[in-house]
Design a protein around this ligand. Sequence first.
Ligand code: 5GP
Ligand code: ZN
Length: 122
Amino acid sequence: MPSPREGCLFCSIVREGTYVAKTRGFVAIDDINPQAEVHVLVIPERHVDTFRDIAEFHSGETKRMLEFVAEVAKQVGLTDYRVIANVGPYAGQTIFHLHWHVLGSRNGNESRLPQMTAVTEL
Ligand code: 5GP
Ligand code: ZN
């Protein structure tokens, strides 16, 4: 596993071992403060501050990461869902280790996700 960034919460979490799902180089965990019935975070083991730095991943890693996002959503019972990466503090990013939010409701539950917040309201 790549070396952790000192003081990074998600570098610690990916090393702790309580996952919803795991594949080589990536883990999925439940969000501590869920914003939907299902709210998981997909986190690369390798520390990258934000989505802006996505070029630091090799194309194969990026492909596997996105495939893992889709696989995790399926595994946790989602067919319709939202995938979000908050990029920078003004877009709501609070943890500066790249992660994908996967939000939705399980099959059969018709409750809708909230409307997206307009960028002008951020
Ligand atoms: P961001 O705001 O950076 O896009 O997303 C950070 C997410 O991490 C938030 O949804 C927040 O609830 C979640 N989070 C913060 N601290 C912890 C933690 O210690 N454990 C887990 N599982 N999630 C966390
Ligand atoms: Zn980190």
